[in-house]
Design a protein around this ligand. Structure first.
Ligand code: HEC
Length: 475
């Protein structure tokens, strides 16, 4: 067995314990030789003596199916991927030793000069061979894409820019006059959605993290806000705020803003706000976070919204108990709303959202806290919805659309489910409200932030790392 040079990484971390005392401590030190021994004892029987696979996949081919970052690999070892036969080692191997194994895997990757494969220019699926083209490069954390017409798309970049993609090419400068966003943590400029009657009315909708300065506080507070406006050449004009939360509900947390925008066939606009990191608030109907909302595109409230007659409830709320929805799509036949929601560690969900229903977070969940502790013992509870489909571990579901088009006729009305961590798109077949088949049609091209069925029938995918937009078409 090849021996790898022993290396110790020592990270110096700073912690703030109270306001006045700052202490330095050793965060982690990694021992590759120990990692190698543990690998041989626990892992080699499946992943191979040389890590090149055997009873399970290779760990040194540059392809990580279940998340490439150290933190993802660490969790996959600690908590397992048990339904696929990857055991959980949380009771057998200490965290420090899991890090030692990880260091051994990384050192072996380095020694072999493993590089992550480039985006392929073609891919095969069960039904079609597909061509993959990179359309837009040089973006910064692109977040969403939607089409104005057959040849023109708008792309949001999280730092606060809207870009125009015309005839498959990125227009050089961003749209001018986009509202200021709080680009911090998971916040920034989020979704863009084009009015279903855009040709007639010209409205374009944006969701973003809107900040307010609070006197005496050193950090702004923020909440998701929805505006609409029109494009005049390269300028954003006629902006109207169509939905914003009361300022007292704004939070200093940096995550779980949601936010996708979709329209149903009856003229409603849906959007979702994540729990903003305060999980219990997802159950409180007087607060905007952890909910799906339904309004009309001009900001007025539908007269049959489910919480209108509940004292103290926000009138725009459509459903409760939604942790952080990152994918939304309207079923082309039924007009019903489907969403994908991030669970905590484990428990990502696909849900059919029905009016007034409670989706359970954080009273019920199939996930755990990231530190492994239990959030709740309950996975079901009377009066709370079960997911239509559940993933454990969490793929980091993001971006959702029903395929509609002539290019891939066999995929009509099937769901395209994107994932950040697993870096994939899963073609998902529904029969009524049940998932009956899934197939991965894109893998390891990058973190999938958004996926949409384009007006030409091709599939457009917004990736992060690399920050590009790709087009998948029939070969
Ligand atoms: C009983 C067989 C078995 C053992 C033992 C085992 N694994 Fe796995 N491991 C699997 C299977 C099966 C998968 C799922 C991937 C697949 O379908 O090949 C997996 C997946 C993984 C992944 C995710 C890979 C990716 O592409 O994201 C990592 C990381 C991993 N194993 C590390 C380890 C480590 C480290 C050990 C030892 C502590 C170990 N495994 C022990 C069977 C095993």
């Amino acid at each position: 067995m090849r021996t790898l040079k022993k290396m110790n990484y020592v990270f110096l971390g700073l912690t703030m314990a109270g306001v006045f005392s700052i202490s330095a401590f050793v965060y982690q030190s990694r021992d590759i030789e120990k990692g190698a021994q543990l690998y041989n004892t626990y892992c080699a029987s499946c992943h191979g003596i040389d890590m090149q696979g055997g009873n399970a996949q290779s760990l040194i081919n540059g392809v990580w199916q279940f998340g490439a970052d150290d933190s993802y690999i660490f969790r996959n070892i600690k908590y397992g991927i048990t339904h696929l036969g990857m055991p959980a080692y949380e009771n057998a191997i200490s965290d420090a030793d899991i890090n030692n194994i990880l260091a051994y895997i990384r050192a072996a990757e380095k020694e072999r000069g493993v590089v992550r494969p480039d985006i392929a220019n073609e891919t095969g699926t069960m039904d079609y061979d597909m061509k993959i083209e990179v359309l837009a490069e040089g973006l910064e954390v692109p977040w969403a894409i939607d089409f104005l017409d057959k040849n023109t798309a708008l792309i949001t970049e999280k730092p606060g820019r809207v870009r125009i993609l015309k005839d498959g090419k990125l227009v050089p400068g961003p749209v001018e006059g986009i509202p200021a966003v709080l680009n911090e943590g998971q916040g920034g400029l989020l979704d863009v959605a084009v009015d279903p009657d855009y040709a007639g009315n010209g409205w374009i909708y944006l969701a973003y993290s809107h900040a307010l300065d609070v006197p005496g506080q050193n950090r702004p507070v923020a909440m998701t806000r929805i505006v609409r406006g029109k494009l005049s050449g390269n300028k954003w004009t006629q902006q109207q705020v169509i939905w914003e939360a009361p300022s007292e509900t704004y939070r200093t947390t940096r995550h779980h803003y949601g936010c996708r925008i979709v329209f149903d066939p009856w003229g409603h606009l849906f959007f979702a706000i994540g729990d903003r990191g305060i999980q219990d608030q997802a159950q409180d109907p007087s607060l905007p976070n952890g909910k799906v909302h339904r309004i009309y595109p001009d900001g007025t409230i539908p007269a049959d919204n489910p919480f209108l007659n509940v004292p103290g409830a926000m009138p725009s709320i459509y459903s409760l108990g939604n942790r952080n929805i990152q994918g939304m799509a309207i079923h082309p036949v039924t007009g019903q709303l489907w969403t994908t929601e991030h669970g905590p560690m484990g428990g990502d969900e696909l849900n059919l959202i029905l009016p007034g229903r409670n989706y359970g977070w954080p009273v019920i969940t199939y996930g755990r806290n990231y530190n492994g502790t239990i959030i709740t013992e309950n996975t079901s509870y009377p009066g709370m919805e079960q997911p239509n489909f559940m993933w454990n571990p969490s793929p980091g579901l993001c971006g959702l659309d029903f395929y509609q088009g002539d290019m891939f006729p066999k995929w009509q009305n099937k769901l395209l489910v994107g994932a950040l961590k697993y870096e994939d798109i899963t073609l998902t077949t529904l029969a009524d409200d049940r998932v009956i088949h899934t197939e991965t049609i894109l893998k390891n091209a990058g973190r999938v932030r958004d996926v949409t069925s384009g007006p030409d029938g091709a599939i457009y995918v917004v990736l992060n790392n690399p920050d590009v937009v790709i087009r998948m078409s029939a070969k």
